[in-house]
Design a protein around this ligand. Sequence first.
Ligand code: GLU
Length: 398
Amino acid sequence: MNKLSDRIEAIQESATLAMAAKAREFKNRGIDVINLSLGEPDFKTPLHICEAAKKAIDDGKYFSYPPVAGYQDLREAIAAKYQKENNVPYKAENIVVSNGAKQSIANVMLALLNKGDEVIVFSPYWVSYDALVRLAEATPVMVKGTIENDFKVTAAQVEQAISPKTKAIIFSSPCNPTGSVFSRNELEAIAAVIVKHPGILVIADEIYEHINFAGDQTSIASLPGMFDRTITVNGFAKGFAMTGWRVGYIAAPKWIADGCNKVQGQLTSANCSISQRAALAAISGDITSTAKMVTEYHKRRDIVYNLLKEIPGIKANYPQGAFYFFPDVSNYYGKSDGQFTVKNGDDFCLYMLEKGHVSLVPGGAFGDENCVRLSYAASEKDLAEAMRRMKDTLSQLK
Ligand code: GLU
């Protein structure tokens, strides 16, 4: 019988993209939805980056296939950034530029994992970690951080979850969806566990590194014994408002970078040439615009936190980075407005979308059914209005 592969049947559609599509659908029907579902900067890509892309087109030198791993000058600039800012001695040979950090992670999974391998995923986790491990036919092992511990998984929990089948651990810091940031001490404790197990690798997703209000941004690859054991994931989407340009990268030991090149050479050949020229301008240029965006996110974090606190029955941590809240809304489960009963996070988001016209993402897709994800990469006006709508809509549930 004709049917999709078991590999595809085993994964869910991306919940973030699905909710964003649903919000768009409402908007197309003329409904004024405030979309807080997609994690996407509401700023424009800075002008000097756009100019570099225009110049690359006008130069006429960038119309052919780029090298599989990315242009040499871009890889050198990324390596230099890691040496200077993150204290990790990467060289160009360690860098592979891909079609967004999502493809970078997919390359890593396909290059490293065999059927039966386990990957410890810090939960709550970004939706695609689970799917990408499964696509590589390996098994995700979720280890849960509690809201009381700022959703952070501890070194002791990691140690406990390790089995002879563990091939890697994966986490993001600053974290999507919780906004939590692992401190240097916490990462040192995790690294101390990992170095005791030579067969285990760390996939450290640092895509939100610029959006860190805590100031303590440590790359686990910089810690003793970790350079040879870490795949650092990063990209341009969040820090430079370049989601549509699709430029992500890994920095990893050469044998892993070579494996990712092999995967990428077969899947996509390389990342878009013009986007790479734009990325080079971003990483080697002035980062005043990034700093300005971060100041705005910082302000919005506090605005949303204060407004969320005013909504009865909602429990939230105080995120230190990224641009998300992941509040526990389970107090509302089982409550009804007389017509509709909110049974779980999916219902909660559906109710908020249909009645409140605010789009959120159910927490189940990130590993916690009690929570929902809210992106505050939106204007202060929209955020204030969204919080007002949420409070109002939820007040109807008894
Ligand atoms: N990383 C963003 C998010 O979590 C973009 C959407 C996606 O690729 O999942 O919303």
